[in-house]
Write a protein that binds this ligand. Structure first.
Ligand code: C6P
Length: 403
């Protein structure tokens, strides 16, 4: 794949070539994304939707063009269903506030899974505290898959269930959840579903019409785009009924001290000056990966993941979480080596130029379910190579020999 497009990959750390395996935290940026931002600030910059002047119209065209690029990328029906946010976290907070205001009452229930990132737990807990709701949890089974039998039972027995919130891919285990099936089952009970797509969108094609979920959130920075920009997709029929999340410029129709009316979708949910440079850069990133082809990226990363699993299994006393035989796991592998703290492994790998993440990965309930304190996580992107996996395996063998 096109490593030369990513200038940072040719730098060294501690005089060693950088081996960047922390892609689930954030991906590196191709030159075209950074250049799109520089070019816009140098030559186009003006506030969007506000000016009659040339630059404002040009910036608005780029910003609204980005919305269309996102729509196409996730195959949503309409651009009015694409809300720009600061990232997955803000997307879920927006939904928790606004869906909560519109549809939830004391005693209602929300279902989340045991493998959620804190971003898909804490906003619901905060809402539950404000409104007197109950959070219920879909457990996982030992191999790191969702317990689908328990999901069925929870749907059956939860008479006051109003929303299901599940991640598409676990950021710790790489487990890919059967989101079409989860959605169909939720809908059989008349319940809408949010899918957290932070860890799926960078790795394989997602299709809103195929999944048929009601809401879907993802972050720009995990998909080769800039930080500070993300997306909440929502079906129009829900968004129409939900109140704004924040008040300010852009989200209004008319304002007076007596009464304010709100703008149409999607602007009702986009108060204030948007990160219009960020949205254009995100669209540039989506065009970049679409140009490579999501199928090609997925095949490459699957090969890397399979190779990494094979090489990691050679390490003495290693325990790999999730990734059961016969199930395609996504491009993140969490592991521990018995007798060595995960933080020590990460620190020693770092001195060899290898960047991995250690700790609870903002998924403490999952880590507790696994009965551990944390893991080492290696996660892959389109630009990683088998040679880098070899470097990881060699690094781990060296760490083991030191203890
Ligand atoms: N996970 C990781 O290293 P933000 O921070 O808003 O861009 O994304 C939050 C988020 C939500 N859901 C999932 C499944 C995620 O993995 C993340 C971010 C990073 O695993 C940083 S903690």
């Amino acid at each position: 794949m096109n490593r030369d497009d990513f200038p940072i990959l040719s730098r060294t750390v501690y005089n060693r070539p950088l081996v960047y395996l922390d892609n689930a935290a954030t991906t590196q940026k191709p030159r075209c994304v950074v250049e799109a931002m520089v070019e816009e600030y140098y030559n186009v910059n003006a506030n969007v939707h506000r000016g009659v002047h040339f630059l404002s119209q040009q910036a608005t065209d780029l910003h609204e063009g980005a919305r269309e690029t996102v729509r196409k990328f996730i195959n949503a029906r309409k651009t009015s269903e694409i809300l720009f946010t600061r990232g997955t976290t803000e997307s879920i907070n927006l939904l928790a506030y606004s869906f909560g205001e519109a549809f939830l009452k004391k005693g209602d229930e929300i279902l989340v899974s045991q493998m959620e990132h804190h971003s898909n737990i804490v906003p619901w807990q905060m809402l539950a505290e404000r409104k007197g709701l109950r959070i219920k949890v879909i457990p996982i089974i030992d191999d790191g898959q969702l317990d689908l039998g328990a999901y069925d039972r929870l749907l059956q027995e939860s008479a006051r269930l109003k929303l299901v919130c599940v991640t598409h891919v676990s950021n710790v285990l790489g487990t890919v959840n059967p989101v079409e099936e989860l959605t169909a089952k939720a809908h059989e009970h008349g319940i809408p579903i949010l899918i957290d797509g932070a860890q799926s969108t960078p790795h394989f094609k997602v299709d809103m019409q195929k999944i048929d979920c009601d809401f879907f959130a993802f972050s720009g920075h995990k998909i080769y785009g800039p930080t500070g920009v993300g997306v909440l997709y929502g079906k129009e029929r829900w968004l129409e009924q939900m109140p704004p999340y924040q008040g300010g410029g852009e989200m209004i129709n008319k304002v007076s001290f007596e009464r304010t009316t709100y703008n149409e979708l999607p602007y009702k949910f986009e108060a204030g000056t948007p990160d219009y440079v960020g949205t254009h850069a995100l669209a540039t990133a989506l065009d970049y990966i679409s140009g490579i082809g999501m199928e090609r990226i997925q095949a490459h990363e699957q090969e890397l993941t399979d190779y990494a699993l094979q090489r990691l299994r050679e390490i003495d006393n290693i325990q790999i979480y999730g990734h059961p035989e016969g199930k395609n796991g996504d491009a993140a592998i969490s592991f521990n080596i018995r007798g060595i703290h995960h933080l020590d492994i990460g620190t020693l790998l770092d001195r060899l130029g290898i960047a991995v993440r250690t700790g609870h990965h903002c998924a403490e309930p999952l880590i507790h379910r696994l009965g551990i304190e944390g893991t080492v996580r290696a996660s892959f992107a389109l630009y990683n190579t088998k040679e880098e996996i070899d470097a990881l395996a060699a690094g781990l063998k060296r760490v083991v020999s030191m203890f």
